[in-house]
Design a protein. Sequence first.
Length: 195
Amino acid sequence: MMPRGMKVGAVSLWLLLLLSERPMYGYEIIRELEKRFSGYWKPKTGTIYPALEKLERDGLVTSRVEFREEVPDRKHYALTDKGQLELSQSMTYWTKMSEVLENYREAHESIARHRVEIGIRELSKILVDFGTSLRDGNVEIGKLFPTEKEVTIEPTEPLKFKFLYTKENHKLEIHMEIEWVPKPATQETRVNESA
């Protein structure tokens, strides 16, 4: 499913992008897509031509047939003004979606960094030490997770706390998230961080 407001999917978006550069005929479009994707995607005629026909029905592209002697005719496609507008709007949606996915990927990689197998007693100690550090106002990440850099964070109030309990792939999981707005850095802090 496409996000609300988005009218074209990934294949159609690529077709509009290519046709925004110059008019092309069908086989030329397929070759150009293969080139842009360095062989990782080999578009098929059964995907590209139906997508072009739909774009034409929707008034986003127009076509003209080039009649040729002794060789098959070619159908050339060009972007319409409506197609240009749709391309612009769709790029906004796709850009936002890409940003969301990138933010999720970065957060997920950060979370996965601390994924280790430990015993219940060791986990209890980490949680108690974290709670004590949080209460005292200085959380030293390197002391809680020795594999991490020596970073001290200072939580401020109010805190936002999210607790998620879930069952996934026949495993039970608990995820916790704590969020706050950091204090503005003082001149001395900024000098120490840049050193």
